[in-house]
Design a protein around this ligand. Structure first.
Ligand code: DSN
Length: 429
């Protein structure tokens, strides 16, 4: 740090402001978290210097002995964490993990079912502004208006009608357990591959507190920086590897290639070049942390805190999509509160409470305005906050949502937020 201060005071100053922001505000964005200092040390370390295109033992560059050790450790720990026979730790992000999985299992133009973005899905699950919606024929399924949960009658009907090659389950704003078993039944009936995107609940899955996709899904993708609390990045896994059904032959041996080999080559050289070895090594650190018993306690606290948060919002008369949560995330429909998601995000931000505006199912507003906000507990739980802090935070949020233009209220709450945060420091120095 002193080097940065000495050699680039401009960036050092910007970094200082970001550290202060993270320490002094309440991070309720459901996809964010605070990594350990060990993870950051590895992510900021010398492995950033190394080119290592290829995979351990089969690189296109010399000098890879130690990055090979780090990548092997990352893969082994990840396999142990999720009970996965195959893992790939190289995707730079969740979107690249999804791109690699889709490009391995299906061809451009093929039909895929994915959860609509406004109903909790993700850009890479078929949004028309994303590669997924542009390369493949995505058909969206939705949540039911009554329950806020995936409408399996619709998924079943769409699968029969469109005979998809692949179905994606999971998303970025789905507060309930992903129903892998139900999706598997439907995928089997239409002979479709089943892909799970567990970017959001992966830490809860790792802790055994959310059902595992491994017995049901052909391929599973995730990010590493949300509930899993690692560095920013992506991963791909398979519970069981299998002979590829497309008859692709390995050039040298003449044998049929396994799907794992196809995924590996889709990631590199298919869509990525040099892997980020510092990040892969930092993923290994995070997976090691997630294998410890303390991580299970953390994940349990994340869910308990989300339940307290949901309970307090419901008591105050808010409409939560699906009426609550099983996980770390809640989607709050503000359409009866006379405020847009955009205005709530801005005004809560002025009081030091960070959330993101989010479309809600059947939203009539645009994604830039929205009728809802998404909130989550992974980051504040890492700080050590619990039930009483959570209820206090929700009451502050309620005051601001009911009186969004009251600047003096925002500034009073901001001081309270600062005081609360100072009792729960993230990094000790
Ligand atoms: N942007 C992520 C999220 O906030 O959930 C998903 O990619």
């Amino acid at each position: 740090m002193s080097h940065l201060a000495q050699h680039d005071s401009e960036l050092f100053h910007i970094l200082g402001k970001e550290i202060h922001r993270e320490e002094s505000t309440l991070e309720l964005i459901a996809s964010e978290n605070f990594t350990s200092q060990s993870v950051m040390e590895m992510a900021g370390g010398v492995m950033t210097n190394k080119y290592a295109e290829g995979y351990p033992g089969k690189r296109y560059y010399g000098g890879c002995d130690f990055v090979d050790e780090a990548e092997n450790l990352a893969r082994d720990r990840l396999s142990e964490l999720f009970g996965a026979e195959y893992t790939n730790v190289q995707p730079h992000s969740g979107s690249q993990a999804n791109m690699a999985a889709l490009m391995t299992f299906i061809k451009p133009g093929d039909t895929v079912l994915g959860l609509d973005l406004a109903h909790g899905g993700h850009l890479t699950h078929g949004s028309p502004v994303n590669f997924s919606g542009q390369l493949y024929n995505f058909i969206s399924y939705h949540v039911s208006r009554e329950t806020g949960r995936v409408d399996f009658n619709e998924v079943d009907r769409l699968a029969k009608e469109h005979q998809p090659k692949l179905i994606i389950c999971g998303g970025s704003a789905y507060p309930r357990f992903i129903e892998f078993e139900m999706f598997k039944e439907i995928a089997d009936k239409s002979n479709a591959f089943l892909m799970a995107d567990i970017a959001h609940p992966s830490g809860l899955v790792a802790a055994g507190l959310h059902p595992s996709p491994m017995p049901y899904c052909d391929v599973v993708t995730s990010t590493t920086h949300k509930t899993l609390r690692g560095p920013r990045g992506g991963i791909i896994m398979m519970g069981k590897d299998f002979e590829n059904p497309w008859g692709k032959i390995a050039a040298k041996s003449g044998r049929v290639k396994m799907v794992s080999e196809l995924i590996d080559s889709t990631v590199m050289p298919g869509i990525q070049g040099g892997p980020l070895m510092h990040i892969i090594a930092a993923k290994a650190v995070a997976f090691g942390e997630a294998l410890k018993p303390e991580f299970k306690t953390y994940a349990k606290n994340v869910i308990n805190n989300a339940k307290s948060m949901a309970d307090e919002f419901l008591k105050l008369g808010y409409h939560l999509v699906s009426d609550g949560t099983d996980t770390h995330v809640m989607l709050i429909d503000l359409s009866t509160k006379n405020i847009t998601g955009k205005s709530a995000e801005i005004n809560l931000g002025k009081a030091g409470i960070t959330v993101n505006k989010n479309m809600v199912p059947f939203d009539e507003r645009s994604p830039f305005v929205t009728s809802g906000i998404r909130v989550g507990t992974p980051a504040i739980t890492t700080r050590g906050m619990g039930d009483s802090e959570i209820r206090k935070i929700v009451r502050w949020m309620n005051q601001i949502i009911l009186d969004p233009d009251n600047e003096s209220l925002q500034s009073t709450i901001k001081s309270d937020v600062n005081a609360l945060c100072s009792n729960f420091p993230i990094y000790s120095h």
